[in-house]
Ligand binder design. Structure first.
Ligand SMILES: [Zn+2]
Length: 310
């Protein structure tokens, strides 16, 4: 980019109310439908909403964006986006960009979502204890060492900090070993993981309906790994899986969102080779110098803490 791109990009995950069909008794909380709608009202007062098609055209030099543009993005392809978000956006004549996981052949829940279910069901201490029981001695040693490293990095004692600490260890250092172990805990405490996943992620039919209703889709990998924690070959496989899914939904070029916002230096090259022209992070800037490093603001965090930007 020759000039920085001024663009506010909002990022959302769960949009649900307790007991609605997206939450489905899981106990996993999200941004309430009411908070989401009132945030859209607030954003509309100072921004003009744009679609992925508008941004793509601007990135390719085909057209310019309106003043104070805002793009709405939604991560992880969860059912909330069909059940709650789609109807709200359609009623307001807005378009969203939905970063979906390719779970079509894989089935099951990604690690991050298994943790959400188990944390909601067991709480932090019981989950940590039961997971510990499942680890062998070598894994326990690595667990403890990793935990110490992150404690040093994030030295806070709040409940949230403890949850983030467990997530860091489990989603990075021990992700390969812990994933099947959490699968076992899931079956014990919650039920069939496959059945849950089938009702948890958007299916192709829903994505097609959303696409016909003016929504756009982007890639978010297949297994939701930290990109700096896997090798180049695995990154290419994750990106290829996204391209294969998107080909079934809408024509490219597409956008990508890095799982957990994790970055790897070679990712833009791999993305370009697979038909992607932009990538979104979890960095919170609203001026972007690089189309493969577009920052976003977390809508739910803003509800809790207010707007941290001018
Ligand atoms: Zn994600």
């Amino acid at each position: 980019m020759k000039q920085p791109l001024d663009l506010t990009v909002m990022m959302y995950h769960y949009v649900r109310d307790p007991g609605d069909s997206a939450e489905a008794g899981s106990g996993i909380t999200g941004m309430s439908v009411r908070d989401f709608e009132s945030q859209l009202d607030q954003l509309s007062q100072k921004h003009t909403f744009i679609s992925w098609a508008d941004l793509r055209a601007a990135l390719q030099g085909e057209k310019s964006l309106p003043a104070s543009p805002c793009l709405l993005t939604f991560d992880d392809g969860v059912r909330d986006h069909y059940l709650n978000v789609f109807r709200i956006l359609r009623r307001r004549n807005l378009s969203g960009l939905f970063f979906v996981l390719n779970r079509i052949d894989t089935g099951g829940l990604v690690l991050a979502h298994k943790i959400h279910f188990l944390l909601a069901k067991l709480g932090l201490n019981q989950l940590r204890e039961e997971l510990w029981e499942q680890l062998n001695d070598a894994q326990r040693q690595r667990f403890t060492a990793a935990e110490k490293g992150y404690q040093f990095k994030y030295p806070s004692t709040s409940e949230d900090a403890h949850i983030n600490l467990l997530k860091a260890v489990v989603q990075r250092d021990l992700s390969n070993e812990v994933d099947p172990l959490l699968g076992i805990l899931f079956e014990v405490h919650i039920g069939s993981e496959m059945e849950t996943a089938r009702n948890y992620y958007l299916n192709l039919e829903q994505m097609h309906e959303m696409s016909e209703g003016g929504m756009h889709f982007g890639g978010h990998s297949s297994s939701h790994p930290w990109f700096d924690w896997i090798d180049a070959e695995a990154r290419a496989a994750e990106i290829r899986a996204s391209a294969e899914l998107l080909q079934k939904i809408e024509s490219g070029p597409w956008a990508f969102a890095f799982p957990y916002g994790g970055l790897a230096e070679d990712a833009p090259q791999i993305l370009k080779a697979h038909g992607f022209v932009a990538a979104f992070t979890t960095k919170t800037h609203v001026q972007h110098m690089d189309p493969f490093l577009i920052g976003r603001l977390d809508g739910e965090e803003i509800v809790q803490n207010g707007y941290g930007y001018a």
